[in-house]
Design a protein around this ligand. Structure first.
Ligand SMILES: Nc1ncnc2c1ncn2[C@@H]1O[C@H](COP(=O)(O)OP(=O)(O)OP(=O)(O)O)[C@@H](O)[C@H]1O
Ligand SMILES: [Mg+2]
Length: 382
């Protein structure tokens, strides 16, 4: 131990600036504590090497030094201050108190509610080295991100199960009816089988969407490089969606040059265009008489990007929904989306495909006037 201390002090001589200012990258130390400078330097360099927020306390719970990670989270921490004065966290203070009472390592969970909820696992332990008696190391392990991911996973499973359970219950209901009361009813059988086929298709579609979402996620960091003509993609999608537009009495107005080549994957880019145009047809039907029953699909380029915009003149989307539209299963109107056979995964898939292609999505909408979905994709240059 003595040998290590010597080595450390040789490698890290104490500079006067180290003792006063930690905000320019150097760890901060107190000049008030009566620890030997060499021991302080050792603690400093040890805690600075740790990736997580760590605080070293002297005998009276006065801060000896804090590492950069701790300063980033809690800029008020200053060497020489009493911990209780600069960190209003009864759980942390209580943990330190228990270390003093027992002389052993103690842990606790600390939830900070404001300004945003953050969850930490607090670990505090006495430093058992000669000359450092009464000192304590407090480590704050940030669990906030892990908790957030866990909550998202739980929500996702709940949503996916719910989406599958609805058509499944309907299928089971019809099967029981066909086995029982409607056993000999020919016309009911034909009608029910039609509904059952639609429900089964909806479940199949949901599973397909979930699988493609996870496939895109797995390959998120592999950028597709093939040259793809977005004008050609657009022509194919418009052709396949024209019957749906006609059924909804809207006209697709296309404004596109002969060719706009981007780097990408043909099928995935087709998926983006399909979902945006399909959404415009499904949800962008004009509400007021004077609005044109049209959807404008415009393709062009700006700088190094291809720009595709899909504009509808429908009811629009309230501002509070816009940031959440690309979340899985998020819909402005759940019933309307389900009635139209939607899974609520379309824009989540669009977002993931765009991320893979280094593209961007922008949504502008005004209630009562309609919505415009813009995408930008890097052009295939050269
Ligand atoms: N052009 C639009 N006008 C108004 N609301 C829209 C428009 N596009 C999308 N939305 C809203 O955003 C929600 C999410 O769209 P998304 O494409 O992710 O799912 P979906 O269309 O419901 O299902 P899927 O795409 O699987 O068929 C829709 O349910 C709808 O409420
Ligand atoms: Mg959709």
């Amino acid at each position: 131990m003595r040998e290590i201390t010597k080595t450390a002090s040789r490698l890290l001589p104490v500079q006067p600036s180290d003792m006063t200012d930690g905000r320019n990258g150097t760890p901060v130390t107190t000049t008030q504590d009566d620890l030997r400078a060499r021991d302080k330097t050792l603690i400093e360099s040890l805690i600075e090497a740790l990736p997580e927020a760590t605080i070293a306390l002297g005998s009276a719970d006065r801060i000896i030094c804090v590492n950069r990670a701790a300063l980033t989270l809690f800029p008020a921490l200053r060497p020489g201050d009493l911990l209780a004065r600069v960190l209003r966290a009864p759980d942390v203070l209580d943990t330190v108190k228990r270390v003093r009472a027992t002389g052993t390592r103690q842990s606790a969970t600390w939830i900070e509610r404001l300004p945003v909820e953050r969850v930490f696992e607090v670990h505090a332990a006495p430093i058992a080295a000669r000359g450092l008696e009464g000192s304590i190391i407090v480590n704050l392990h940030d669990l906030s991100e892990a908790r957030r991911v866990e909550r998202m996973r739980a929500d996702f499973i709940a949503n996916a199960s719910h989406e599958l359970r609805t058509p499944l219950s309907s299928l089971l209901g019809f099967i029981e009816t066909l086995q029982g009361p409607a056993r000999d009813d020919e016309s009911a059988r034909i009608r029910f089988l039609g509904i059952m086929r639609d429900q089964a298709r909806r479940m199949a579609r949901l599973i397909d969407d979930l699988l493609s979402l996870s496939r895109i996620e797995q390959n998120l960091h592999i950028r597709p490089q093939a040259p793809v003509d977005l004008a050609l993609v657009l022509r194919h999608i418009v052709e396949s969606l024209t019957p749906m537009a006609q059924d909804n009495n809207v006209t697709l107005v296309i404004n596109a040059p002969g060719s706009v080549v981007v780097r990408g994957d043909y099928d995935e880019l087709a998926r983006i265009v399909e979902n945006l145009v399909e959404n415009a047809i499904k949800y962008g039907t004009p509400v007021a008489e004077h609005f044109k029953p049209e959807i404008h699909v415009t393709l062009g380029s700006k700088g190094h990007n291809a720009i595709l915009s899909v504009r509808d003149f429908g009811p629009g989307i309230a501002a509070e929904h816009l940031p959440r539209l690309t979340e899985r299963f998020y819909r402005v109107d759940n019933r309307q989306s389900r009635e139209k056979g939607g899974t609520g995964l379309g824009l989540a898939i669009v977002k993931h495909i765009l991320a893979r292609h280094h593209g961007r999505l922008g949504i502008d909408s005004t209630l009562g006037e309609g919505s415009t979905f813009n995408i930008a994709l890097p052009l295939h240059e050269g």
